[in-house]
Design a binder for this molecule. Structure first.
Ligand code: GDP
Length: 316
């Protein structure tokens, strides 16, 4: 059955989870009529209570699915409702879903709303859809929204601006491996979780935590919490969820939203401008010509810069 705007609004009022799923599908749709309803829906809905939006990131195999399953079930045991959205801009090869085909979240999937990532979209597209999916989930009224991403640089910094608390998952590592961790991603984290702190890995996990604490001290001054957990054996999970619940009961937890969103908005608009420039034939031709002039020493870099600015003014 085809639904209209009123049906969607009614579905949200009645907390009909299948309507939420369909609304997110509208956002992901390429069809303009679908997008139109989705955007109208968003502008009609109101956020009654802020959701706690958490980002969870880490390299494949670090234990994200296992962690989200344990952590999510613990939140639900504590009476919180939960939506999990996956974002995986790198997965064009596998066709998308990082959560969809996993059985590790089987229990959670019966108690929480879990949404695999939209497949095959460009980075900018994913960012926009994620923002709007978060908005829909927040209007729906979840206490917690988890955004799962795979550690791939640029998307992380983009996604981190959409969340209230960014959690980086790591596993026990030798010092050399730690060196290899990109500074950029550590800078984004509000919490670091060293997972797999169990069995033979328990000591190594503790050493990793100490090393991280040392390197973070050098990196910056902002306070960052490092937690040892075993997602598989559920140790440290309840403590971590208590920590998040307690932190988010303070209004300050949401303070950086506006500033982050401003940065995110500027970033997304700049990306849109660049994209549309690249689609402009006059610009592309002028750019190619000026770059050649530069290579052949016909013009200086400064002249090229001035000429492309003039070209943009008078072009088309
Ligand atoms: P993802 O790719 O980051 O989602 O990682 P998965 O959750 O799929 O986990 C990757 C592998 O690590 C699986 O074999 C898990 O069973 C294992 N794993 C996850 N968490 C833990 C943990 O806390 N301890 C141990 N020993 N293994 C874990």
């Amino acid at each position: 059955v085809k639904l209209n705007l009123k049906d969607y609004i009614q579905g949200f009022k009645e907390k009909d989870i299948s309507i939420l799923a369909r609304a997110i599908t509208l956002i992901e749709s390429q069809k303009s009529e679908h997008k139109e309803i989705a955007l109208e829906l968003i502008s009609n809905l109101k956020v009654k209570k802020k959701s706690v939006v958490l980002g969870i990131s880490g390299t494949p195999g670090v234990g994200k699915s296992t962690f989200i399953e344990s952590f999510g079930l613990d939140l639900i045991d504590k009476g919180k409702s939960l939506a999990v959205l996956a974002v995986d801009p790198s997965s064009t090869v596998t066709g998308g879903s990082i959560l969809g085909d996993k059985t590790r979240m089987s229990e959670l999937s019966q108690k929480a709303f879990i949404r695999p990532s939209p497949s095959g979209s460009a980075l900018g597209g994913v960012a926009l859809k994620t923002k709007e999916a978060i908005t829909l989930c927040e209007c729906f009224g979840f206490d917690f929204i988890i955004i799962e991403t795979v550690g791939v640089g640029q998307s992380e910094s983009n996604i981190s601006k959409l969340v209230d608390h960014f959690i980086l998952l790591m596993q026990p590592a030798a010092g050399d491996d730690l060196q290899a961790i990109k500074r950029g991603i550590l800078e984004l984290a509000d919490s670091i979780i060293v997972n797999k702190a169990d069995g033979d890995l328990k000591n190594k996990a503790q050493i990793t935590k100490n090393q991280l604490e040392n390197s973070l001290e050098i990196l910056r001054h902002r306070k960052i919490d490092i937690h040892l957990v075993s997602a598989l054996y559920q140790s440290g999970i309840s403590e971590f969820s208590d920590f998040i619940i307690k932190s988010s009961s303070d209004k300050k937890f949401f303070d950086k939203r506006d500033e982050q969103l401003r940065q995110w908005g500027e970033n997304i608009l700049e990306m849109a401008v660049l994209e549309s420039l690249e689609g402009n034939k006059h610009y592309r031709e002028l750019k190619t010509k000026l770059v050649n002039d530069l290579i052949n020493n016909n013009k200086t870099a400064q002249e090229c810069v001035e000429l492309i600015k003039d070209g943009l003014k008078y072009g088309n």
